[in-house]
Design a protein around this ligand. Structure first.
Ligand code: GLU
Length: 336
């Protein structure tokens, strides 16, 4: 009898403690990471960051989810509209949005945009079918070329590259479909080439290079590209190792230029949430890097480069705590 009463009382106490100490689900914050197409690297990157956050639900009470989206431009606009809390975006699109250039020229500077950290390098990649006889950017004239969907980061890169080589959108038969569709269209002979700004290695380029039709990754280099890089701090030269795409017809690593994939948010996002995301990625960098081979070269220092929108105050709180502030350009610390 006494034993039963003891068991019942113990159960009641346990239930009371659980109810008392557990935070109510109403306190839980839900955050969404805007990424890109599912064949890119943004999508698994959003997944990797989310899984680090979701692992710590007991600490932060944040539930994180990933959305496949049109890419950088879409993500920046969705973050600014308050539809999502975080977005992955190319460093060049981040610069343009904050300064009201290119796709943001009519709306003007997007002063509520905040950077959190840079993630990994992305290369401006041009893939062509062998039978299209494209071996330089100039050969794209009159060819059917996928420049990228509206909302993607690569659309502007494709237009910039064409311009450097004296071409415009009207000099090619331009397609604007999502990167995920491009390998299939190339293999079906419905396009000759496509642009994709993406981390390497990735499934999209592997898919393009693994079909019946042989493909070539086209070098993007020359004096015009060198000038572009000198004039724009968010660009740098890079190479795509052929070992990553053994089925392409290339025999040497492919020179091109690139940007950084970065994480952005809005000044409206809660400081605690941005702090938690920053802290979890920096403090679990080895676990994070194990998620994708494109992250191989990431270091805490590289994650603080290539940013142009001011850092969010939640990110600054973590960098201060981690002793990283002196590595950061003062222009990014307006909220410090
Ligand atoms: N850089 C591309 C964009 O901004 C996305 C690449 C990816 O999804 O990995 O649209």
């Amino acid at each position: 009898m006494f034993k039963n009463i003891f068991v019942i009382i113990t159960i009641i106490i346990i239930i009371f403690l659980v109810v008392f100490f557990a935070r109510s689900p109403q306190d839980r914050s839900f955050v969404t990471f805007g990424t890109g197409g599912i064949t890119g690297v943004y999508y698994p990157t959003g997944g990797a960051i989310s899984s680090l956050i979701n692992k710590k639900q007991d600490t932060y009470n944040i539930k994180s989810a990933v959305a496949s989206t049109g890419g950088s431009v879409f993500n920046i606009n969705a973050v600014l509209a308050g539809n999502i809390e975080f977005g992955i975006a190319q460093s060049d699109r981040q610069y343009e949005a904050y300064n009201g250039l290119a796709e943001w020229e009519s709306e003007g500077p997007q002063k509520n945009l905040r950077s959190v950290f840079a993630i990994y390098p992305e290369a401006i990649t041009l893939v062509a079918s062998e039978k299209s006889e494209v071996s330089t950017v100039s050969d794209l004239r009159d060819k059917r070329v996928n420049l990228g969907n509206v909302g993607s980061g690569q659309l502007q890169n494709a237009l910039t590259v064409l311009k450097v080589f004296g071409l415009s959108e009207d000099d090619v038969k331009a397609e604007m479909v999502k990167a995920a569709e491009a390998p299939g269209l190339l293999q079906d002979g419905r396009i000759d080439a496509f642009f994709y700004t993406v981390g390497h290695p990735n499934g999209n380029i592997k898919e393009a290079a693994s079909g019946r039709i042989p493909v070539r990754i086209i070098p993007i280099e020359g004096p015009g590209i060198n000038t572009l890089i000198v004039e724009n701090p968010f660009y740098s030269t890079t190479t795509i190792p052929i070992t990553m795409y053994p089925k392409s017809v290339n025999t040497e690593d492919i020179p091109t230029f690139g940007v950084a994939a970065t994480l952005v948010t809005s000044s409206e996002t809660s400081e605690d949430i941005v702090y938690a995301v920053t802290k979890e990625v920096f403090e679990n960098l080895d676990d994070f890097k194990a998620f994708h081979p494109a992250y191989e070269t990431i270091t805490p220092e590289s994650m603080l480069e290539g940013l142009s929108a001011p850092l969010h105050k939640g990110a600054i709180r973590y960098y201060k705590e981690a002793g990283l502030l002196e590595r950061i350009d003062d222009r990014l610390l307006v909220e410090a």
